[in-house]
Design a protein around this ligand. Structure first.
Ligand SMILES: [Zn+2]
Length: 115
């Protein structure tokens, strides 16, 4: 590998240049920052998707609860049971959104900031 400072050829994996003594690993550090940048963009996209999922799940739950409220008394047992299953699914969707949000925030928090 070539020293980024003086251009002298150094054996692979050496941390400091044998010629000028400067750090030769700065190229690798830059690679890491680019990877970190991509990772946080991915996490940001996941965060956006998670927020959309949560908004949809919340709206869905409101819809179902409104339906149950509106048809209280006239609703058949099977219909009510179906609504409860839907409500469960909406709850699972909501939880997935929460888990995705937490994951994305953790990844963003742990990603080193690009310099
Ligand atoms: Zn050098």
């Amino acid at each position: 590998m070539r020293c980024p400072v003086c251009g002298a050829d150094n054996p692979e994996g050496r941390k400091f240049c044998g010629d000028c003594g400067k750090e030769t690993s700065s190229g690798n550090a830059k690679d890491g920052a680019v990877k970190g940048g991509r990772l946080s963009i991915g996490a940001f996209v996941i965060l956006m998707i998670a927020l959309v999922v949560m908004v949809l799940a919340w709206g869905w739950q409101e819809d179902i609860e409104g339906d149950i409220e509106e048809h209280r008394g006239t609703m058949s047992e099977t219909w009510y049971a179906n609504e409860l299953v839907l409500l469960d699914n909406a709850g699972i969707l909501w939880n997935s959104g929460v888990v995705l949000t937490v994951l994305a925030v953790v990844v963003i928090a742990l990603t080193p900031v690009r310099k």
